[in-house]
Design a protein around this ligand. Structure first.
Ligand code: KG4
Ligand code: ZN
Length: 340
């Protein structure tokens, strides 16, 4: 029976959570830096780090208060060790290590993507191992076979832009603010289906890899060729979303076919996309499978997934004692695999 404090600071969200191995998630708090980076059209790493410094401790205090716990109840501290922005990661890692050293508890360095991969296990109903995970975030687009904690096999990934990046870049071309994924999706609701058709790169490549970098060029061409009135912007947004969702859904279905598995788990920020959710739900229930999504608040970056992944890793005795720490801005998920 353990209480784990989780700290996420890999990019532009400070996320804190308290996860209890028997009672489940007790509290979580989040501060998003979207407004801070908005005027620059993307994340400014130095500003991100300073903001994590500003918010980490107040958010920890707030989470403890919500859970009606004190720091002395904490048995271990999990933090995002990578991948991500090095300065931002260092804030979470140093706060975690300093607190752990003072409290004389261990730390657990968590891989951000493992956090996303395991986050659907926080929801009810939760998937059972083994499952296929479609990891779709601002930095990653991967199909993974997940046989258990520490048993991950990469089935396919994007060879260039991530799906979230494709959403964000298309949104920017349509004059939407950063990060535009959710805004593009909202605009697309008013779009006319079928007015524009965008390419679906690598749809028939015969493997499970993706390519999204051509999409922004196609969106750029469309937006130059047409008068960008409100309806046309919505129609282009609709076409861009359709193209991304179509490729993601078809490849996810192929992954289920190839592995012979029938559960698909969606993780990462793009998993919040309603068009993707309903398309996958429709396609996968038709073939007798099930799709699992984390609750919306656990799709995008958050502390709960880090505390939870930390709890899973703790069961495998993977904690570190002492005050040394490092971060891994680049970190291959498959390095986490257990030997057995
Ligand atoms: O997982 P996440 O919060 O951060 C990363 O680790 O990257 O994912 C952020 C990405 C952004 O590209 C954002 O535009 C996208 O997820 N996103 C969405 C939606 N909500 C967030 N994309 C499409 N539709 C949405 N509703
Ligand atoms: Zn993420």
């Amino acid at each position: 029976m353990k209480l784990i404090l989780g700290i996420e600071s890999s990019c532009d969200e400070t996320g804190i959570a308290l996860y209890h191995t028997e009672r489940g998630l007790l509290a979580h708090t989040l501060h998003s830096q979207i407004a801070l980076h908005n005027e620059y059209g993307g994340v400014v790493p130095e500003l991100a780090s300073r903001d994590h410094v500003r918010y980490a401790l107040p958010l920890i205090r707030c989470a403890l208060q919500k859970a009606n716990c004190s720091l002395n109840d904490v048995d271990a501290i999990a933090y995002t060790q990578g991948p991500g922005l090095s300065g931002a990661l260092l804030v979470g890692a140093s706060v975690a290590s300093a607190l752990a050293y003072t409290l004389d508890v261990p730390t657990i360095g968590v891989h951000h993507l493992e956090g996303h991969l395991l986050s659907p296990l926080l929801s009810d109903p939760a998937p059972q191992f083994p499952f296929v995970a479609l990891l779709v975030s601002g930095g990653h687009t991967q199909l993974m076979r997940v046989d258990g904690v520490g048993h991950y096999e990469l089935l396919g990934e994007s060879i260039d832009d991530a799906a979230g990046e494709a959403f964000d870049k298309s949104a920017k071309l349509l004059g939407l603010e950063y990060p535009g994924g959710a805004l593009l999706s909202k605009l697309a609701q008013r779009g006319t289906p079928g007015r524009f058709k965008l390419p679906r790169p690598m749809l028939h490549s015969g493997d499970l890899d993706f390519s999204f970098s051509g999409l922004k060029t196609a969106v750029l061409t469309l937006s130059q060729q047409n008068e960008l009135d409100e309806q046309t912007r919505a129609d282009i947004a609709h076409a861009a979303q359709e193209a991304i969702v179509d490729v993601l859904a078809q490849k996810a279905l192929t992954a289920l076919g190839q592995t012979g598995l029938d559960q698909l788990v969606i993780a990462g920020g793009v998993g919040a996309n309603q068009a993707l959710r309903s398309r996958l739900h429709k396609d996968i229930s038709k073939r007798g499978g099930t799709v699992f999504y984390p609750d919306l608040e656990f799709c995008t970056d958050n502390g709960a997934m880090i505390a939870f992944a930390g709890a899973m890793r703790l069961q495998h005795q993977e904690a570190q004692h002492g005050y040394r720490f490092n971060v891994k801005p680049r970190w291959d998920l498959q390095e986490l695999n257990y030997a057995d």
